[in-house]
Design a protein around this ligand. Sequence first.
Ligand SMILES: [Zn+2]
Ligand SMILES: [Zn+2]
Length: 232
Amino acid sequence: MIATGGAESDCRCTVYTLAKVRLFAYRVPPIDNAVYVVADARGDALVIDPSFGEQEVLRTLRANGLRVLEILNTHGHIDHTYADAAVKAATQAPLAIHHLDAYRLSENASAGSPFFPTRQPRVEAERTLDEGDEMRLADLRLVVLHTPGHTQGSVCFHVPEESALFSGDTLFSSGLGRTDLPGGDPHAIVASLHRLLTLPDATVVYPGHGPRTTIGAERSWVEPLTAEGLIA
Ligand SMILES: [Zn+2]
Ligand SMILES: [Zn+2]
């Protein structure tokens, strides 16, 4: 099912109906960030990377009567965290980010970002995440996979029961996240990508930028990838 964005927004919005949840997916300018709202049949929801999608997220929450249980960041880059504060203020939901990227929230507010000149409103995380932590939505588990390399505290959220993976800026359709920004590490991201290849080919990957893909579709270029190849 495809839904279009409101007239005042030029974002692209898609609604995916999975087995147990609906997934509202937005692509927001200026750098095609992907924003996700995962909602169960009772109306409980998780927001993944509000990015610059405050209006889109809040409009969807209102239109569908959704309660946000938690706001999740895949990592601390400002293009993923910018609307954390606005969505928190509107929903009173707690915010979670990996402990190694939590410092970036205050850094984004005070210094801006080396790759994005906008400062974001000040915000703090109520919960810091680590490998193996879980979020619950209905009877589903979203499991935290610590996948460093793009940043130290980059994570993917894996939903095994739905064969879904929210991959942040670790894995894109036909690409991977930059490793030349502070905290980036080519060796770490290659290890993280190889780890993701242990997931079933049918796993649908919802990345932090661009269109969705599958593990199977990305396997052929990830398998031979080496850190040396990235650095060269
Ligand atoms: Zn990033
Ligand atoms: Zn990004």
